[in-house]
Design a protein around this ligand. Structure first.
Ligand code: CP
Ligand code: NVA
Length: 314
Protein backbone atom coordinates (compact mmCIF):
# COMPACT_ATOMS: atom_id res chain seq x y z
CA UNK A 1 0.00 0.00 0.00
CA UNK A 2 1.37 3.41 -1.07
CA UNK A 3 2.56 5.76 1.66
CA UNK A 4 0.95 9.20 1.93
CA UNK A 5 3.03 12.03 0.36
CA UNK A 6 3.78 13.49 3.79
CA UNK A 7 4.57 11.65 7.02
CA UNK A 8 3.54 14.11 9.72
CA UNK A 9 1.74 11.91 12.27
CA UNK A 10 1.27 8.18 12.89
CA UNK A 11 -2.54 8.12 12.42
CA UNK A 12 -1.97 9.14 8.76
CA UNK A 13 -0.50 5.67 8.26
CA UNK A 14 -2.50 2.47 7.94
CA UNK A 15 -1.50 -0.77 9.63
CA UNK A 16 -0.45 -2.04 6.17
CA UNK A 17 1.74 1.07 5.64
CA UNK A 18 3.45 0.47 8.98
CA UNK A 19 3.96 -3.24 8.36
CA UNK A 20 5.56 -2.44 4.97
CA UNK A 21 7.87 0.19 6.55
CA UNK A 22 8.98 -2.37 9.17
CA UNK A 23 9.48 -5.06 6.52
CA UNK A 24 11.82 -2.80 4.54
CA UNK A 25 13.54 -1.58 7.73
CA UNK A 26 14.36 -5.15 8.78
CA UNK A 27 15.83 -5.77 5.33
CA UNK A 28 18.08 -2.72 5.82
CA UNK A 29 19.00 -3.99 9.30
CA UNK A 30 20.08 -7.36 7.91
CA UNK A 31 22.09 -5.88 5.05
CA UNK A 32 24.83 -3.57 6.28
CA UNK A 33 27.13 -3.72 3.25
CA UNK A 34 27.83 -1.20 0.50
CA UNK A 35 24.66 0.35 -0.93
CA UNK A 36 22.87 -1.95 -3.40
CA UNK A 37 21.92 -0.71 -6.87
CA UNK A 38 18.18 -1.24 -6.16
CA UNK A 39 18.44 1.09 -3.16
CA UNK A 40 19.70 4.12 -5.11
CA UNK A 41 16.25 5.72 -5.20
CA UNK A 42 17.64 9.15 -4.30
CA UNK A 43 20.35 9.24 -6.96
CA UNK A 44 20.65 12.82 -8.24
CA UNK A 45 18.27 14.05 -5.54
CA UNK A 46 18.75 16.34 -2.54
CA UNK A 47 16.74 16.27 0.68
CA UNK A 48 16.59 19.40 2.86
CA UNK A 49 16.85 18.59 6.57
CA UNK A 50 15.58 21.54 8.61
CA UNK A 51 16.34 21.55 12.36
CA UNK A 52 14.82 24.24 14.55
CA UNK A 53 15.89 22.19 17.61
CA UNK A 54 18.94 20.12 18.53
CA UNK A 55 19.36 16.50 17.50
CA UNK A 56 21.85 13.65 17.56
CA UNK A 57 20.05 10.46 16.48
CA UNK A 58 17.51 11.91 14.08
CA UNK A 59 20.00 14.09 12.23
CA UNK A 60 22.60 11.34 11.89
CA UNK A 61 19.99 8.71 10.92
CA UNK A 62 18.47 10.86 8.19
CA UNK A 63 21.75 12.25 6.83
CA UNK A 64 23.17 8.72 6.67
CA UNK A 65 19.96 7.30 5.15
CA UNK A 66 19.81 9.94 2.40
CA UNK A 67 23.47 9.28 1.55
CA UNK A 68 22.97 5.49 1.62
CA UNK A 69 20.11 5.81 -0.87
CA UNK A 70 22.36 7.77 -3.23
CA UNK A 71 21.07 11.25 -2.40
CA UNK A 72 22.53 14.42 -0.94
CA UNK A 73 21.34 15.56 2.52
CA UNK A 74 21.39 19.34 3.08
CA UNK A 75 21.36 20.36 6.75
CA UNK A 76 19.62 23.69 7.39
CA UNK A 77 19.66 25.16 10.90
CA UNK A 78 16.21 26.65 11.55
CA UNK A 79 17.76 29.80 12.99
CA UNK A 80 19.41 30.58 9.70
CA UNK A 81 16.42 30.31 7.43
CA UNK A 82 13.13 30.48 9.24
CA UNK A 83 10.53 33.16 9.45
CA UNK A 84 10.12 34.57 12.94
CA UNK A 85 6.90 36.52 13.13
CA UNK A 86 7.80 39.16 15.71
CA UNK A 87 11.51 39.37 15.31
CA UNK A 88 13.72 41.88 13.53
CA UNK A 89 15.76 38.96 12.34
CA UNK A 90 12.91 37.33 10.46
CA UNK A 91 14.08 36.35 7.04
CA UNK A 92 11.49 34.67 4.88
CA UNK A 93 8.01 33.19 5.18
CA UNK A 94 7.53 29.43 5.39
CA UNK A 95 5.65 29.59 2.09
CA UNK A 96 8.57 31.24 0.30
CA UNK A 97 11.13 28.93 1.92
CA UNK A 98 9.15 25.88 0.87
CA UNK A 99 8.59 27.07 -2.70
CA UNK A 100 12.33 27.69 -3.00
CA UNK A 101 13.18 24.27 -1.59
CA UNK A 102 10.69 22.66 -3.95
CA UNK A 103 12.83 23.96 -6.86
CA UNK A 104 16.21 23.36 -5.22
CA UNK A 105 15.65 19.99 -3.53
CA UNK A 106 13.39 16.94 -3.79
CA UNK A 107 11.92 16.71 -0.31
CA UNK A 108 11.92 18.26 3.14
CA UNK A 109 12.35 16.62 6.53
CA UNK A 110 11.95 19.04 9.43
CA UNK A 111 12.21 19.23 13.22
CA UNK A 112 10.13 22.22 14.27
CA UNK A 113 8.90 24.00 17.37
CA UNK A 114 5.25 24.06 16.32
CA UNK A 115 3.35 21.39 14.43
CA UNK A 116 1.67 24.13 12.37
CA UNK A 117 5.00 24.89 10.68
CA UNK A 118 4.94 21.33 9.31
CA UNK A 119 1.39 21.50 8.02
CA UNK A 120 2.29 24.85 6.40
CA UNK A 121 5.41 23.36 4.77
CA UNK A 122 3.41 20.33 3.59
CA UNK A 123 0.70 22.60 2.20
CA UNK A 124 3.21 24.45 -0.01
CA UNK A 125 5.46 21.52 -0.90
CA UNK A 126 4.87 19.35 -3.95
CA UNK A 127 7.58 17.01 -2.64
CA UNK A 128 7.33 14.69 0.40
CA UNK A 129 7.58 16.24 3.87
CA UNK A 130 8.63 14.21 6.93
CA UNK A 131 8.12 15.24 10.57
CA UNK A 132 11.42 14.78 12.44
CA UNK A 133 9.78 15.84 15.76
CA UNK A 134 7.55 18.73 16.69
CA UNK A 135 5.91 19.84 19.92
CA UNK A 136 3.11 17.28 19.43
CA UNK A 137 4.46 14.24 17.58
CA UNK A 138 7.58 12.18 16.87
CA UNK A 139 6.41 9.67 14.25
CA UNK A 140 9.78 8.40 12.99
CA UNK A 141 10.68 7.62 16.62
CA UNK A 142 7.48 5.60 17.11
CA UNK A 143 8.23 3.56 13.97
CA UNK A 144 11.70 2.78 15.34
CA UNK A 145 10.11 1.92 18.71
CA UNK A 146 7.78 -0.58 17.07
CA UNK A 147 10.70 -2.10 15.18
CA UNK A 148 12.63 -2.46 18.45
CA UNK A 149 9.69 -4.26 20.06
CA UNK A 150 9.43 -6.63 17.08
CA UNK A 151 13.22 -7.19 17.24
CA UNK A 152 13.27 -8.05 20.95
CA UNK A 153 9.89 -9.68 21.50
CA UNK A 154 9.56 -11.36 18.09
CA UNK A 155 6.08 -9.89 17.72
CA UNK A 156 4.04 -6.78 18.42
CA UNK A 157 0.62 -8.41 18.62
CA UNK A 158 -0.67 -8.79 22.16
CA UNK A 159 2.08 -6.63 23.70
CA UNK A 160 1.37 -4.18 26.51
CA UNK A 161 3.42 -0.97 26.33
CA UNK A 162 3.58 1.16 29.49
CA UNK A 163 4.77 4.76 29.32
CA UNK A 164 5.75 6.39 32.62
CA UNK A 165 6.06 10.19 32.55
CA UNK A 166 5.18 13.20 30.47
CA UNK A 167 2.34 12.91 27.95
CA UNK A 168 4.58 14.56 25.35
CA UNK A 169 5.32 14.21 21.63
CA UNK A 170 7.05 10.82 22.08
CA UNK A 171 4.23 9.45 24.26
CA UNK A 172 1.59 10.63 21.77
CA UNK A 173 3.21 8.96 18.76
CA UNK A 174 3.84 5.78 20.78
CA UNK A 175 0.17 5.70 21.83
CA UNK A 176 -0.81 6.25 18.20
CA UNK A 177 1.30 3.40 16.87
CA UNK A 178 0.03 1.03 19.58
CA UNK A 179 -3.54 1.97 18.63
CA UNK A 180 -2.99 1.47 14.88
CA UNK A 181 -1.20 -1.85 15.45
CA UNK A 182 -3.73 -3.14 18.00
CA UNK A 183 -1.36 -3.16 20.99
CA UNK A 184 -2.29 -2.23 24.57
CA UNK A 185 -0.97 1.11 25.81
CA UNK A 186 -1.04 2.38 29.38
CA UNK A 187 0.38 5.74 30.43
CA UNK A 188 0.91 7.08 33.95
CA UNK A 189 1.43 10.84 34.06
CA UNK A 190 1.02 13.36 36.87
CA UNK A 191 -2.18 15.41 36.71
CA UNK A 192 -1.70 18.23 34.23
CA UNK A 193 0.82 16.31 32.11
CA UNK A 194 -1.54 13.90 30.34
CA UNK A 195 -1.45 13.30 26.59
CA UNK A 196 -3.65 16.11 25.20
CA UNK A 197 -7.29 15.04 25.08
CA UNK A 198 -7.59 15.74 21.33
CA UNK A 199 -4.91 13.09 20.68
CA UNK A 200 -6.40 10.63 23.20
CA UNK A 201 -9.69 10.95 21.33
CA UNK A 202 -8.07 10.19 17.96
CA UNK A 203 -6.44 7.06 19.43
CA UNK A 204 -9.73 5.98 21.03
CA UNK A 205 -11.41 6.22 17.63
CA UNK A 206 -8.65 4.10 16.09
CA UNK A 207 -8.93 1.36 18.73
CA UNK A 208 -12.65 1.07 18.20
CA UNK A 209 -11.59 -0.90 15.05
CA UNK A 210 -9.02 -3.07 16.92
CA UNK A 211 -9.01 -5.11 20.12
CA UNK A 212 -6.46 -3.03 21.99
CA UNK A 213 -6.85 -1.18 25.27
CA UNK A 214 -5.76 2.36 26.17
CA UNK A 215 -5.32 3.44 29.77
CA UNK A 216 -4.65 7.00 31.01
CA UNK A 217 -3.82 7.01 34.74
CA UNK A 218 -1.58 8.61 37.35
CA UNK A 219 -0.17 5.48 39.09
CA UNK A 220 3.18 4.34 37.56
CA UNK A 221 3.02 0.88 39.22
CA UNK A 222 -0.45 0.22 37.85
CA UNK A 223 0.63 1.28 34.36
CA UNK A 224 3.72 -0.94 34.59
CA UNK A 225 1.74 -3.92 35.84
CA UNK A 226 2.45 -6.98 33.65
CA UNK A 227 3.75 -4.79 30.83
CA UNK A 228 6.02 -6.19 28.10
CA UNK A 229 7.63 -2.79 27.52
CA UNK A 230 8.41 -0.02 30.00
CA UNK A 231 9.09 3.29 28.26
CA UNK A 232 10.01 6.75 29.47
CA UNK A 233 11.29 10.06 28.10
CA UNK A 234 12.67 13.24 29.58
CA UNK A 235 10.46 15.20 31.97
CA UNK A 236 11.68 18.43 30.30
CA UNK A 237 11.31 18.39 26.54
CA UNK A 238 13.00 20.91 24.26
CA UNK A 239 10.94 24.06 24.64
CA UNK A 240 9.88 23.26 28.25
CA UNK A 241 13.15 24.38 29.84
CA UNK A 242 11.54 27.34 31.67
CA UNK A 243 9.44 24.81 33.65
CA UNK A 244 12.40 22.64 34.70
CA UNK A 245 12.15 23.32 38.44
CA UNK A 246 8.39 22.80 38.63
CA UNK A 247 8.62 19.65 36.54
CA UNK A 248 11.35 18.21 38.76
CA UNK A 249 8.87 18.42 41.65
CA UNK A 250 5.79 17.30 39.74
CA UNK A 251 7.55 14.22 38.31
CA UNK A 252 9.38 13.28 41.51
CA UNK A 253 7.61 9.93 41.88
CA UNK A 254 7.70 9.04 38.18
CA UNK A 255 11.26 7.76 37.82
CA UNK A 256 11.54 4.31 36.23
CA UNK A 257 13.26 2.36 38.98
CA UNK A 258 14.05 -1.31 39.54
CA UNK A 259 10.87 -1.42 41.63
CA UNK A 260 8.82 -0.20 38.64
CA UNK A 261 10.53 -2.75 36.37
CA UNK A 262 9.55 -5.49 38.87
CA UNK A 263 5.86 -4.63 38.32
CA UNK A 264 6.25 -5.52 34.64
CA UNK A 265 6.63 -9.03 33.22
CA UNK A 266 9.95 -10.66 34.14
CA UNK A 267 11.08 -10.52 30.50
CA UNK A 268 10.00 -6.90 29.97
CA UNK A 269 12.30 -4.55 28.07
CA UNK A 270 13.14 -0.97 29.00
CA UNK A 271 12.95 1.66 26.25
CA UNK A 272 13.81 5.36 26.01
CA UNK A 273 13.94 7.52 22.88
CA UNK A 274 17.08 9.23 24.27
CA UNK A 275 18.66 11.55 25.28
CA UNK A 276 18.28 10.05 28.78
CA UNK A 277 18.91 11.66 32.15
CA UNK A 278 20.03 9.02 34.64
CA UNK A 279 18.66 9.84 38.08
CA UNK A 280 15.75 11.88 36.68
CA UNK A 281 13.26 9.94 34.53
CA UNK A 282 15.25 6.69 34.78
CA UNK A 283 17.47 5.17 37.45
CA UNK A 284 21.00 4.46 36.19
CA UNK A 285 20.68 0.76 37.11
CA UNK A 286 17.61 0.42 34.85
CA UNK A 287 19.10 2.40 31.97
CA UNK A 288 22.24 0.24 32.07
CA UNK A 289 20.52 -3.06 32.88
CA UNK A 290 20.23 -6.18 30.70
CA UNK A 291 16.56 -5.31 30.17
CA UNK A 292 17.49 -1.99 28.54
CA UNK A 293 17.37 -1.99 24.73
CA UNK A 294 17.88 1.75 24.28
CA UNK A 295 20.86 1.56 21.94
CA UNK A 296 19.19 -1.05 19.71
CA UNK A 297 16.27 1.38 19.67
CA UNK A 298 18.61 4.19 18.56
CA UNK A 299 20.00 1.91 15.82
CA UNK A 300 16.46 1.33 14.54
CA UNK A 301 16.19 5.07 13.80
CA UNK A 302 18.62 4.52 10.89
CA UNK A 303 16.81 1.47 9.48
CA UNK A 304 13.46 3.27 9.67
CA UNK A 305 14.87 6.42 8.02
CA UNK A 306 16.15 4.30 5.12
CA UNK A 307 12.88 2.38 4.83
CA UNK A 308 10.71 5.51 4.87
CA UNK A 309 12.78 7.34 2.24
CA UNK A 310 13.07 4.19 0.13
CA UNK A 311 9.29 3.72 0.07
CA UNK A 312 8.60 7.42 -0.57
CA UNK A 313 11.01 7.66 -3.52
CA UNK A 314 11.18 4.19 -5.09
N1 CP B 1 15.33 10.37 19.98
C1 CP B 1 15.69 11.45 19.25
O1 CP B 1 14.90 12.01 18.44
O2 CP B 1 16.96 11.87 19.45
P1 CP B 1 17.59 13.24 18.92
O3 CP B 1 16.84 14.36 19.58
O4 CP B 1 19.02 13.17 19.31
O5 CP B 1 17.41 13.29 17.43
N1 NVA C 1 10.30 14.74 24.24
C1 NVA C 1 11.65 15.06 23.83
C2 NVA C 1 12.13 14.07 22.84
C3 NVA C 1 13.53 14.27 22.35
C4 NVA C 1 13.92 13.24 21.34
C5 NVA C 1 11.70 16.47 23.30
O1 NVA C 1 10.79 16.88 22.58
O2 NVA C 1 12.66 17.18 23.61
Amino acid sequence: MKLPKDILTIPQLSRQNIERILFEAFKFKEYRGAPKARDQVLEGKSIALIFEKNSLRTRVAFEAAVSYLGGHPIFLAGDNILYRAKSDTSRESIGDITQNLDRLAHGIAARVNNHKSLTDIAGYSKNPVINLLCDEHHPTQALADLMTIQWHKGKTNGMKVAFIGDGNNVATSLMDICAVMGMDFSIASPAGYEIPKKFQDIAKTIISQTNSKLEFITDPKKAASLADVIYTDTFVSMGDEAESKKRALDFKTYQVTTEIMRCAKSDAIFMHCLPAHRGDEVAAEVMDSKQSVVFDQAECRLHIAKALLYLLYK
